[in-house]
Design a protein around this ligand. Structure first.
Ligand SMILES: [Zn+2]
Length: 216
């Protein structure tokens, strides 16, 4: 099973590792910094050797990387893995903005139910089952989220169960939430947060989250 370095050090952009299995265009590696889509956070972009990774997918605790045809890798071979850091850092900032917004929504509207979330490079969104218009609470959520950014809180990320790879993030005095994504070290890395309400269908509310480069 691949050792997921993106949890121990989500800021690492290059890594020397070894190929552990090859099945046509699919390979696995000993250690990885290349995140595979899960919990709504999109996969990284990047390369293994000189080959672009076309797809990264989780198979149980393993991560399988699909490369272009003709990569020529053999098990045991040493390879250099690189990720697109600009993309990953934007994903991490939007991911944590979404974490804070979701927690604040839960704290402010206790009975609301999250029904989906997606974190892309340009924006994140969270969908809720909610019969009211969520725009009423958005100004207070945005204000409190910006206070969290300004307070530059430390974000702890750790295993709750290493065997089953269950992880959480925690901001002392705010929340502890289960999540297997890649998290920032401190809240001021998020930058300015902007929220928009969308109505994706009857009884559903969506919050769109954008972060700007204006670091506070
Ligand atoms: Zn998370």
């Amino acid at each position: 099973m691949t050792n997921k370095i993106f949890w121990k050090d989500p800021y690492l952009t290059q890594l020397e590792t070894h190929v552990t299995s090859v099945k046509e265009n699919d390979i696995t590696v000993e250690q990885t910094i290349f995140f595979a889509f899960s919990g709504g956070q999109e996969s990284d972009d990047g390369t293994i050797g000189n080959n672009r990774v076309l797809q990264a997918r989780k198979e149980g605790k393993e991560i399988v990387y699909t490369l272009e045809k003709g990569h020529g890798f053999k098990p045991g071979e040493q390879v250099r893995m690189k990720i697109d850091w600009e993309r990953r850092y934007k994903l991490m900032r939007l991911h944590f903005a979404a974490e804070i917004v979701l927690e604040l929504v839960n704290q402010n509207l206790g009975s609301i139910k999250k029904i989906g979330a997606h974190i892309a490079q340009d924006k994140a969104r969270i969908d809720f089952e909610w019969s009211e218009n969520i725009s009423k609470v958005l100004p207070i959520i945005q204000k409190k989220a910006l206070e969290m950014v300004e307070a530059n809180q430390e974000i702890i990320s750790a295993f709750s169960d290493e065997e089953t790879e269950e992880r959480y993030w925690e901001i002392i005095g705010f929340a502890r939430v289960p999540c297997g994504g890649t998290h920032l070290r401190r809240t001021n890395e998020i930058g300015e947060i902007e929220l928009k309400r969308k109505n994706p269908g009857k009884g559903k509310e969506r919050i769109e989250i954008m972060v700007s480069e204006n670091f506070i």
